[in-house]
Design a protein around this ligand. Structure first.
Ligand code: SF4
Length: 187
């Protein structure tokens, strides 16, 4: 006897952007459509150096499962990723490597500093530790905690999604953005 077909009735679709609808059509802005697609298909590049990286592993595992947000695909190839997630203590010796990875990512790219060490050096106020990755690359979202729990990492990720969804397509070509990159010595 054939097994009865079961449908998952708990599937939710993303919110429809603002626009105009009529019989057989829906019109909205290009910015919103691109934003909707980008925010729900972010490909993260985990740059993990210490304990916060372990917390990130839990975030990706089955209990928290960040793939629910369209981020199934982790990659360690900067050119295929659009979100750099920095987790852990970054030594001054490691800073040029981090910066190089950021430079190898294509625009548009976003950065999240996960945990106290990546955000501010954390408890390691020493000669060898970078006192926050924003000294070498621009950061979009900071996640506090030592370490932040997976819920906090997911919350930081969702704040990035908000930024991605609302970003104007013109932002990356604006003078303000170029000014920001120039302040980091990036052309
Ligand atoms: S913030 Fe705390 S848990 Fe995270 S890397 Fe630094 S010392 Fe480790």
């Amino acid at each position: 006897m054939a097994r009865p077909v079961q449908y998952n009735e708990k599937v939710k679709s993303v919110a429809v952007p603002e626009g105009y609808s009529g019989e057989g059509f829906f019109a909205t802005t290009f910015d919103q459509v691109i934003g909707l697609a980008r925010k729900n298909s972010i490909w993260p590049l985990p740059f993990a150096t210490s304990c916060c990286g372990i917390e990130f592993m839990a975030t990706m595992a089955s209990t928290y499962d960040m793939s629910r947000f369209g981020s199934e695909r982790m990659a360690f190839t900067p050119r295929q990723c659009d979100l750099l997630m920095v987790m852990g203590t970054i030594s001054k010796k490691m800073a040029p490597v981090l910066r190089q990875v950021y430079l190898q990512m294509a625009e548009p790219r976003w950065v999240v500093a996960v945990g106290a060490c990546a955000s501010s050096g954390g408890v390691f106020d020493t000669y060898s530790v970078l006192q926050g990755i924003d000294q070498v690359i621009p950061v979009d979202v900071y996640v506090p905690g030592c370490p932040p729990r997976p819920e906090a990492i997911i919350d930081g990720f969702m704040r990035v999604q908000d930024l991605v969804g609302q970003e104007s397509l013109r932002r990356r070509h604006s003078d303000k953005y170029k000014e920001l990159l120039n302040s980091y010595g990036i052309q």
